[in-house]
Design a protein around this ligand. Structure first.
Ligand code: DP6
Length: 385
């Protein structure tokens, strides 16, 4: 086999990774935990091809040729080639790589996590590598290690200075908590953001709060989170998720100069979630934000239509919709209860502050596509548009 195509999922952390103890090897300063999202809604797709006829390694991302010398890409390629030699696969043929996302990169979703997980999984099959591949994906982008596995995943920071024990492991498979749902709210935003790698370096250099978080908060919180997931204890899961997102953004503000990732709409979503939970006298929804303004909500299936109803009321979709507003799994009977709306004393935004929402659930890890029509490279190794 000289060509492999694979899809890999996005993951959204509920205990955030922020801070590296080794920048080159991408070794984190704390454990992190995430849910892997279903590839049916969001995925990266990558085709890798190897041939004695190729003159050099080449890569195309979302339709454009990129520099194959990129350090992170080289980390993955070298890691794979080294492992393959150890397992007796020896040739020095060049490879072509073509990758694209089924969601707009501009959506600000963790596209590098899905991308590097996909690249690693595809190369692993091409080079017949067995066993853990999360270590190799990690060397491309830290959070990518968690996207090599389905369900709920913990990235163990490890203690070895070469990073041999800094890898991702499954806590439970996707089937463990089938009622759990995820709503990704894509928020309008033009602001240029500090890339995560630069932001976390700056936080390591300047934030005392980050040191406190690493030493005194995450170790205990990650264990509590793992327990909440295993026990399907939504209330604890939701509270820990929100607290960890808030602390991560507090660290970003404690960084000097500060990294400001959330905007007014993000803050209003936080407000709405707390007001909603207060109004129903329970914890039914949790928010979390990565290095950008988009919100990811975790909730149970039975509450989805009521929550979307509330969101539609306070953040109505744009009137001149040119793109599909509600994407992903189907939802029926969207209608907020009038009683709840009256209890929520919140400002109603003008239409279009949310660009769109993606409704999805927890899913499995990377999948291989065996139909030749799914390949992104033709017989000669050129990208197919
Ligand atoms: C806020 O994995 O993108 O999404 O390792 O430098 O590639 P690098 O960083 P990256 O950081 C992700 C940070 C986060 C939190 C998380 O996903 O845990």
């Amino acid at each position: 086999m000289n060509i492999v195509t694979c899809i890999a999922p996005v993951n959204i952390a509920v205990i955030k990774y922020w801070g590296k103890r080794d920048e080159f090897l991408i070794l984190p300063t704390n454990d992190s935990i995430s849910a892997t999202l279903d590839t049916d809604q969001l995925h990266a797709r990558t085709t890798v091809m190897i041939s004695p006829d190729f003159k050099e390694d080449r890569i195309w991302l979302n339709g454009k040729e990129e520099d194959v010398k990129n350090a992170r890409l080289q980390n993955c390629l070298k890691g794979i080639r080294k492992r393959s030699q150890l397992s007796g696969y020896t040739n020095d043929w060049k490879i072509h790589i073509c990758s694209k996302n089924n969601f707009p990169t501009a959506a600000g979703l963790a596209s590098s996590a899905a991308g590097y997980a996909c690249l690693t999984a595809a190369l692993a099959k091409l080079y017949k590598i067995e066993g853990d591949i999360s270590i190799i994906a990690r060397s491309g982008s830290g959070s990518a290690c968690r996207s090599t596995i389905g369900g709920f995943v913990r990235w163990h920071m490890g203690s070895d200075k070469y990073g041999t024990d800094s890898l991702a492991k499954q806590i439970v498979p996707a089937s463990h908590w089938p009622e759990l749902r995820i709503l990704v709210l894509v928020v309008s935003d033009e602001q240029k953001k500090v890339p995560s790698a630069i932001g976390m370096k700056r936080s390591m250099e300047t934030s005392q709060l980050l040191q406190h978080r690493i030493m005194h908060v995450v170790p205990e919180r990650a264990n509590k989170m793992q327990r909440a997931i295993v026990e399907k204890d939504f209330k604890n899961f939701a509270q820990l998720t929100m607290k960890d997102s808030n602390q991560f953004h507090a660290v970003c503000l404690d960084t000097y100069p500060p990294c400001i990732y959330m905007n007014d709409i993000s803050n209003s979503i936080i407000n709405l979630v707390h007001s909603y939970n207060d109004a129903v006298n329970d914890v039914k929804v949790a928010y979390t934000f990565d290095a950008g303004p988009n919100a990811t909500l975790y909730l149970l299936e039975k509450d989805v239509s009521a929550v979307i109803g509330v969101l539609d009321h306070f953040f109505p979709p744009s009137e001149n919709v040119t793109i599909e507003y509600r994407r992903g799994l189907p939802v029926e009977g969207i209608k907020p209860s009038q009683g709840i709306l009256e209890k929520l004393e919140l400002q109603k935004y003008p239409p279009g502050q949310l660009r769109y929402m993606i409704y999805t659930k927890v899913g499995d890890g990377p999948k291989y596509l065996n139909n030749p029509q799914d390949h992104l490279l033709d017989d000669q190794g050129n990208p197919i548009n």
